[in-house]
Design a protein around this ligand. Structure first.
Ligand SMILES: Cc1cc2nc3c(=O)[nH]c(=O)nc-3n(C[C@H](O)[C@H](O)[C@H](O)COP(=O)(O)OP(=O)(O)OC[C@H]3O[C@@H](n4cnc5c(N)ncnc54)[C@H](O)[C@@H]3O)c2cc1C
Length: 265
């Protein structure tokens, strides 16, 4: 988001005065917030992804489909000009080395998914994700299977959270759980599902910024009340001040975070 946005504005503002170069490992742009719709099957991956190359060609931006591996802000050896080293991820050219000189660098490599910080977490373990479009597609397929089981009369338990206790993408988990509840109702199996939200935040509605106050209908309501009411209306359960420490098939181990454990000891 930050990198592609910067590149487009730099080209728009600087025009022919500058050469703008983008180095990014994937051929597509992913509108990440909409992955929460892919994860319940209401959008297809093709609706949240689009190819970058035609857009950059049209804008006059040079695009290298590659992964940056080393930055040399003061050059290297005899070459005192800044450059970065990268390796191609383009189909048929994987691993080919690239040297990209620059005068100004925008480093916008974002966050790194760290499933490995929690035993059993992630699509290669025992949980699903909506963090990337392919992950979200896999989550949607798993939801279809769970719905089939519920249609046959089975009870299913869903636990939705942000993963490791240091993760802070609560907005996505919150949006996904309400989408999930909506979709289970739409598919006529809501009564077979128990849905729980797991958050490392102090209270519901915190959203990584200590909560908000909403002025509505002459009242000022804290987001904790607003969010708890929304969940209560929908029969969603919640556990706050906790995170997952390990996952096995069909089982999650949770731990209350230090301050809660201390206050309830
Ligand atoms: C499901 C979901 C829903 C969300 N919904 C919202 C929302 O509604 N509102 C909101 O504000 N935020 C939302 N977010 C958070 C938002 O998506 C992120 O905050 C935002 O994408 C961060 O932007 P960024 O540019 O820093 O990183 P990213 O968008 O992650 O971009 C980083 C880029 O760097 C590339 N990269 C990584 N390593 C290298 C390398 N070595 N060389 C070259 N390129 C590299 C990556 O491939 C990627 O393209 C959501 C997140 C998720 C997962």
């Amino acid at each position: 988001m930050a990198g592609h946005t910067s590149a487009s504005f730099l080209k728009k503002w600087l025009g022919d005065q500058a050469e703008v170069i983008v180095v990014s490992p994937r051929p597509d742009y992913n509108w990440i917030p909409s992955n929460i719709w892919v994860g319940v099957g209401l959008l297809k991956p093709s609706q949240v992804l689009f190819p970058l190359l035609p857009i950059y060609e049209r804008e006059g931006i040079t695009f290298h489909q590659a992964r940056a591996t080393v930055l040399h802000p003061e050059g290297h050896g005899e070459d005192l000009k800044p450059f970065l080293e990268a390796e191609s991820t383009r189909e048929g050219h994987e691993g080919e080395a690239l040297k990209v000189p620059y005068d100004f660098l925008v480093n916008a490599t974002g966050s790194k998914l760290a499933f490995e910080a929690t035993p059993g977490l992630g699509p290669k373990g025992h949980s699903l994700s909506v963090c990337t479009a392919p992950h979200a597609e896999e989550a949607s397929r798993a939801l279809d299977e769970a719905v089939e089981r519920m249609k046959r009369g089975e009870h299913q338990r869903f636990l939705v959270g942000t993963g490791h206790g240091t993760c802070t993408c609560q907005g996505a988990a919150f949006e996904y759980i309400v989408n999930l509840e909506f979709e289970l109702r739409a598919r006529g199996v809501r009564d077979k599902a128990e849905i729980t939200y797991l958050s490392n935040e102090y209270e519901m509605g915190d959203f990584g910024m200590g909560g908000i106050h909403i002025r509505r209908g002459g009242y000022v309501t804290p987001s904790s009340i607003f969010t708890e009411s929304l969940f209560a209306e929908r029969g969603l359960r919640w556990v706050t001040q906790a995170h997952v420490t390990g996952l096995e098939k069909g089982r999650a181990d949770l731990e209350f975070l230090e301050w809660r454990a201390a206050s309830s000891a």
